[in-house]
Ligand binder design. Structure first.
Ligand code: SF4
Length: 516
């Protein structure tokens, strides 16, 4: 096969940014899959240029003018940046490929702008693309492996890409690793709930940890597992066999049900510095938080005690909540979260507005069937900038009143200082402060107030939010234009609009085919 010039762009930021939190964190949020694709392409004998876009680079000048193929990895919030880049590279003669969460959630839409749209991707899928390597327009080809790959290139193989990315991180240099894929739990809103759980090759992981000790005095590893520690003892054995205790710091996302006191002791011995358990709701999902049938204030008390226990062993705890679930009604869910924060000052709260990301989760079919999914442009689908599912039990005005009140409470000077004092690890203390005063706390509070105000004063808002008009308010168009900067001129004209019910339509047409 001809030696190809291949570009790989891992889009971490949806556009240029100057935010302090983004400066500190974005390079540490790089994905593993684009790096794996880079390794596979090199092993197939091609030339690879790799860029992780953190929002501080000028992509128009950073990337060479001509490629044969460009792979782009993007979350949905960065879809427009990806679409604009694809358009730009196609105009220069390249074949373009999109993978990652957006491609899996909205394949029909991505196929309008890319030659190939990848679902589950393994080395065979990448080789298929490189072998075919031809234009598929106006509609791209959708390719997918039957399942997630059984093995991925380890840190040593990915190091050239990891190192180049972490050079952009001024303070915190977190190396991405993956101990498992999928999850055995079945939270209906989660993209991983339908992906079978599988552990990665422990021998490769052991090698990777040893390798990192040759690169950093004290490495920091971020486990990208959807739910770290499902095979808890095996995972801890692996770390303990690989490196001396406490020589590498770790951060992981784990459900509360996996964080028993005996597990916490072992995590502490192995220098786990941060965990991100999902609480999600006070009225549902008791299974993953190990609260069983407990609801409301009883669940708050139990989870608060549990999180305080975690904080005795692990200094950084981010608790994840979903706002606007159908199980929530009235002010109580928000008041309970405020009570939880008062009772658990050391926990950093991360809020997600209920969102239906295309095909991400089976539950999205229900939202689409009942006509509740709004066509907010992808740029706003990051769990915060817009909620694209009409709340079941709130008017939009009341809902935003509640989230403004909750955000204000969560990031008030009193809450920030109590969180600071309740956190022991110095790095964690300052991370919490920066997060609160940067885009995540103060920035979001400002944005929510703006939306709430426009629901009363901007004539374009109520018809759009109430699904009486599909005309996107100018306010949102202006934000996309501002955020994309110089890439805006490459964004295809129709890219701000997508079919929010494409998943349902595809499922129905399958039924029709089956009947024929
Ligand atoms: S426990 Fe977490 S990763 Fe697993 S299905 Fe539920 S939300 Fe997804």
């Amino acid at each position: 096969m001809k030696r190809l010039r291949i570009g790989i762009v891992d889009i971490v930021s949806k556009g240029p940014t100057r935010a302090l939190w983004a400066r500190i964190m974005n390079a540490s949020l790089a994905s593993i899959m684009p790096q794996a694709i880079g390794v596979w392409c090199q092993e197939e004998g091609h030339d690879v240029t790799f860029v992780c876009y953190t929002g501080f680079e000028n992509l128009l000048t950073e990337l060479p003018d001509s490629f044969d193929v460009v792979f782009i990895g993007a979350f949905t919030e960065a879809a427009h940046t990806a679409y604009a880049l694809s358009n730009l590279f196609r105009s220069r003669g390249a074949i373009t490929v999109i993978g990652g969460p957006h491609a899996r959630c909205y394949p029909e839409d991505a196929a309008r702008y890319f030659d190939y749209v990848l679902g589950f991707t393994d080395r065979g899928t990448v080789c298929d693309v490189l072998r075919d390597c031809s234009q598929h327009r106006p509609e791209g080809v959708q390719l997918a492996a039957a399942r997630q790959p059984g093995t991925l290139p380890g840190v040593r193989q990915r190091w050239q890409f990891i190192e180049a990315t972490l050079r952009k991180a001024p303070l915190l240099k977190m190396v991405p690793m993956l101990g498992s894929l999928g999850c055995p739990y079945t939270c209906a809103f989660c993209v991983d709930s339908t992906v079978p759980y599988q552990a990665m090759d422990f021998e490769v992981l052991r090698e990777d940890l040893r390798f990192l000790l040759t690169r950093f005095k004290r490495p920091l590893v971020g486990w990208h597992d959807p739910n770290y520690g499902v095979r808890f003892n095996d995972s801890m054995d692996m770390i303990e066999e690989a490196v001396p205790p406490g020589s590498i710091d770790f951060v992981a996302e784990s459900s509360l049900s996996l964080l028993s006191e005996s597990h916490l002791k072992r995590l502490q011995r192995n220098s786990f510095k941060g965990v991100l358990p999902g609480i999600e709701s006070w009225f549902t999902l008791g299974e993953k938080s190990r609260t069983g049938a407990l609801l409301g204030m009883a669940k708050v008390r139990q989870v608060s005690e549990h999180v305080k226990l975690i904080l005795r062993y692990i200094p950084y705890v981010q608790t994840n909540f979903v706002l606007g679930l159908d199980s929530d009604e009235g002010p109580e869910p928000f008041e309970l979260t405020k009570r939880f924060l008062d009772m658990t000052p050391g926990a950093f709260p991360a809020y997600s507005l209920l969102s239906a990301f295309g095909r991400a989760a089976p539950l999205n079919l229900d939202y689409q069937r009942s006509g509740r999914v709004l066509p907010f442009p992808f740029h706003f689908l990051n769990n915060n900038s817009a909620m694209n599912v009409k709340p079941a039990n709130y008017s939009w005005q009341t809902f935003y009143d509640h989230i403004i009140d909750l955000t204000r409470h969560s990031f008030s000077p009193r809450a920030i200082s109590r969180r600071f004092l309740a956190t022991e690890w110095l790095t964690a203390r300052w991370m919490n402060v920066v997060r609160a005063v940067s885009t995540e706390g103060y920035g979001r509070a400002r944005y929510y107030r703006e939306i709430r105000n426009r629901l009363d004063t901007d004539r374009q808002f109520p018809p759009y939010f109430e699904q009486k008009s599909g005309a996107l308010p100018q306010f949102y168009k202006n934000i996309v234009r501002q955020d994309l900067g110089s890439l805006m001129e490459w964004l295809p004209d129709d890219a701000l609009y997508h079919d929010p019910n494409a998943y349902l339509k595809a499922e129905r047409s399958k039924d029709v085919v089956a009947l024929v």
